[in-house]
Design a protein around this ligand. Structure first.
Ligand code: CAA
Length: 249
């Protein structure tokens, strides 16, 4: 295949779908991973409506918390469509609760879906990228990784862990033609954010200097840039897309 192949974990979610559309529109063949049967239907409709199904994209079922299942998924994708050139680690969930009410299950499920997943998938694509001398790994973190958030000790821990992973792997593979970066969205108009209690959400939006939630496409454009040849000397960075909610040098 002439097109570069991009694998997007959690590819059928709010940000994931926008990332798939961006990368496919940029000329890549996109494979969207999903883990909940039925959750791919909306993605299928949206990709078809954008004229990006068939020769531009495919779906791959698999649980990102399962290392062996991810190995099988990557082998299946590579046999059918070709090598993974771009990996966007986008799979993520929330199980918000104040720490004093948080259960071990809420802690574990968020850490394994949002952080272990990054090891589970990246480990299976990194050798191929090194052999071919080109790769892009983009990890979707969060403003709350660096800012912290009431009710998100689990989520903020996982997303902060992802930043440490990004900077460490970036150093290991930069000489092999591979860049590893993070994109940290603020509050984006997705089902995840719309699930926050309305009164709490209203207070959060009131704190955002931009005065509104981000659109998923605004996050996807940042991912598209980091995945492109134009970003070849950018590695180990964390690109904030948060409407000014948190600024740091
Ligand atoms: N700072 C300080 N105190 C706060 C507070 C805050 N931000 N929010 C609530 N409190 C206080 C309340 O005033 C209340 O105090 P009293 O007991 O004295 O009245 C106490 O903490 C309990 O608050 P709640 O009633 O809200 O507690 P709850 O158990 O009903 O709900 C919660 C807790 C579910 C975590 C809720 O606060 C919440 O949904 N918070 C938002 C979490 C959030 O931002 N999640 C982001 C999801 S989207 C995402 O994660 C994407 C991304 O990357 C950004």
């Amino acid at each position: 295949m002439d097109k570069k192949l991009a694998l997007v974990t959690g590819g059928v979610g709010g940000i994931g779908t926008a990332v798939c559309k961006r990368l496919a529109a940029d000329g890549m063949f996109v494979v969207a991973n999903y883990a909940i049967p039925g959750s791919e239907e909306k993605w299928r409709r949206e990709m078809a409506a954008a004229g990006l199904n068939g020769t531009s994209s495919a779906l791959a079922f698999g649980d990102v918390t399962d290392f062996d299942a991810m190995g099988e998924m990557v082998r299946r994708i590579e046999a059918e469509h070709g090598p993974v050139a771009v990996l966007v680690n986008c799979a993520g969930i929330t199980r918000d609760a104040v720490f004093r009410k948080m259960t071990p299950e809420q802690w574990r499920s968020v850490l394994s879906t949002n952080l272990d997943s990054v090891f589970n998938v990246t480990r299976h694509v990194i050798d191929g990228m090194v052999e071919r001398g080109w790769g892009r790994i983009i990890n979707i973190s969060s403003v709350n990784a660096v800012r912290g958030q009431f009710g998100q000790t689990n989520y903020a821990s996982a997303k902060a862990g992802l930043l440490g992973f990004t900077k460490s792997l970036a150093q290991e593979v930069v000489r092999k033609g591979i860049t590893v970066n993070a994109v940290s969205p603020g509050y984006v108009q997705t089902d995840m954010v719309m699930a926050i209690r309305e009164d709490v959400r209203r207070k959060i939006v009131a704190e955002i200097p931009a005065g509104r939630l981000a659109m998923p496409e605004e996050v996807a454009d940042a991912v598209g840039f980091l995945a492109s040849d134009k970003a070849s000397y950018i590695t180990g960075t964390n690109l904030s897309v948060n409407g000014g909610l948190h600024m740091y040098a």
